[in-house]
Structure formats: C-alpha cells, structure tokens
Design a protein around this ligand. Structure first.
Ligand code: AVJ
Length: 335
C-alpha cells in the first residue's frame, strides 16, 4: 500500500493538518465481502449483484469512458449546472470547511468546487477503488499543490470514520453523479441520514440526482452504440473470473438495460443466452436460458420527490438547480 504520509506532494500541507492522514488498509477487507456478496447474490432468486463491484480499476476506467459518451447525458448536464452555480455553491460552503466527497471517482466534478470554493481547508475524497483513488489524488495534488487532501479508501455505503484532522472543521458533503440512484428509495433515505451523522449539524450537502424524463433518452444512455456500457456491465463477470476463479463465458451473457416505468428506474442485467452452469467460488451455479443477474438499479426522481426524501432523512432543502434541458438536478441540503 502506498503511504500518503511519505508522499512528497503531501509535504505541502499546512502542518496542523499534515499530521493525520487516513487510508484504510484494504488488504483482506475487500475480497471477503465480494465473495460473500457473490455467493449470496447468485444463490438468490432472482440473481443479483451489488453495483458497487463494478468499480475495480478497470471498471472505474470504463465508467470514465461512459461519462464521455454522446448518449450519457448525466455527467455533461451535471457539470454544466455545477459550473453555472459554482459561485452560489461557494457562497453556501462555510469558509475553512472540509469538503467530503462520497464516491469520488475521477474527482472531475470536484474541480469545479475546488476552483470556486478557494476557502476550503481540506478535501476528503472517499472511494472504494484504492488504485483509482491513489491515481486521482496524485493528479489533484499536482493541480492544487496547496490543497490538503486526505483520502479515505472506504465503502461509503457503510459507516466510515473521517480523518481526525477534519473533526474540528465545518463540513460540506458532495455526492455527485446520481450515485444515490443506485439505492432503493428507502436505502437512499437511510444513506442521507447516515451521511448526516458523519457530516454533523450545520453541514451542507450538495447532491446530484438524475431526473425522470423521456424514456428514449434514458434507454439510449444505458444502451450506447459503442457498447461501453455493455463492457462495463460484463466487467463484473471478468472480475469474478479473475478474483474468484469463476469460469463465466463472457460471450454467453448479454447486456440488458431498460427503463422500469412503474419504479422510475433503469435496470441493468446480464442475461444468459443459453442454459448453462458456471463454477463460482467452488459451487455450480445454474442459469436458465434468458435468466438474468440483476446488476444495477439507477433510480430517477422528480425534484419534489427527492426533496421529500431528504426531508424524511432530517435534511432541509436549500436549493435545487437543473440544466436547460431539465435532465439532471443538483440539490443543496442543510442539516
Ligand atoms: C454512477 C450509478 C450514477 O446509474 O447512471 C452508468 C452508473 N451504469 N451506466 C448510473 C452507470 C451504467 C451510473 N451511476
């Protein structure tokens, strides 16, 4: 594991904050839940796998490619809105605050906030992919040499500890990308409540939420012509083959994505093209022809519905902005 403490780039940090750096050691922690979740998910009926396992290093790279696809509007629309309202967001974030990002990924959207809110005391990216986090933090530190960056390698869907250094600072949460859409609405409320516990009273929370819209636009965003989303979906099989010694035949599973209108969500599945048996973690898993593994839900919200959800979790809506197409929303909440 790389030691952020001894990294040269981090010597630029102000001394008060330079003493504490936190990076959970993922060794022995990451493979265990993956095995447990795969065994349980493939034994369940219907079969399913948690979408967080998309994001190994290769999967995180594939997701980055998705965000650049012409059909995938969320990233573009959200970035536009964040840029347009950067000054508003900067005004809402208390000076000397720590910015805590849940699922930081490439931190591209964060740059709009880091650029605007120069009074930030620290940036705390929290991400499940250690290698990806490592690379992105190095890039970001080069761009913002004076910024105190305290990465946390953790699964933000579970409780995690903030770096000690942040405990004395006001906090602003950042959860872009409509990642919250991966959760069932009641799980999303539970997440918001827990984020409230982590961020504390007085915190502000900036959240990106995808909006309900024309079904063709939704469909195309998850069925891109180039097939990158299909590759991203199948990467779960690649990962099980590599990490769990499974023997999935990639060609015999088809990418499926469709809009479930009743539930306001895109569903992604991997569908078996034939009846087959696959070895996973020492067990034989049977697939009927057409049987699927449900790999992701991506919930879409109306602005008011999301605000009600936030209220039910103890937050107060401060603002909600959208792009000119009304495709995507950026919410600001306070606690
Ligand atoms: C990162 C979860 C918001 O649901 O749009 C993109 C993931 N899946 N294409 C989404 C994703 C397929 C993405 N989130």
């Amino acid at each position: 594991m790389r030691d952020f403490h001894n990294d040269e780039a981090f010597d630029m940090r102000p001394t008060a904050l330079a003493q504490v750096s936190f990076l959970a050691d993922p060794a022995g922690q990451e493979s265990e839940p993956f095995v447990t979740d795969v065994v349980a998910g493939l034994a369940a009926s219907p079969k399913r796998l948690p979408p967080k396992y998309f994001y190994d290093s290769a999967g995180s790279d594939l997701f980055e490619r998705i965000t650049a696809l012409p059909e995938y509007y969320p990233t573009r629309c959200e970035l536009r809105t964040l840029k347009e309202h950067a000054a508003d967001i900067a005004a809402i974030i208390p000076s000397g605050a720590a910015l805590i990002e849940f699922g930081s990924g490439s931190s591209r959207k964060t740059r709009t906030l880091l650029g605007a809110a120069r009074k930030l005391a620290a940036y705390v990216p929290v991400d499940i992919s250690v290698e990806f986090l490592d690379r992105q933090v190095a890039n970001l530190q080069r761009e913002y040499p004076a910024m105190v960056i305290l990465p946390v390698a953790a699964d933000f869907s579970e409780s995690f500890d903030l770096p000690e250094a942040v405990s004395v600072l006001p906090r602003a949460g950042f959860f872009p990308g409509s990642t919250i859409g991966n959760l069932e609405p009641q799980e999303a409320a539970a997440f918001l409540r827990q984020a409230g516990r982590i961020l504390g009273a007085g915190a502000v929370f900036v959240i990106g939420v995808d909006l309900i819209k024309d079904e063709k636009i939704l469909y195309d965003a998850y069925n891109d012509a180039e097939g990158v989303t299909a590759q991203f979906n199948r990467n779960l099989l690649v990962r099980m083959n590599r990490e769990l010694g499974a023997n999935f035949d990639l060609a015999s599973f088809e990418h499926q994505a469709f809009y479930n209108r009743a539930q306001h969500r895109i569903e992604m599945h991997l569908s078996s093209r034939k009846r087959q048996w696959v070895q996973v973690c020492g067990t034989n898993v049977e697939f009927r022809a057409g049987e699927t593994i449900h790999t992701e839900n991506s919930y879409k919200y109306a602005i008011e519905t999301f605000q009600q959800l936030a209220c039910s979790a103890g937050w107060t809506p401060l603002a909600a902005w959208t792009d000119s197409d009304n495709y995507f929303s950026v919410h600001v909440l306070t606690l």
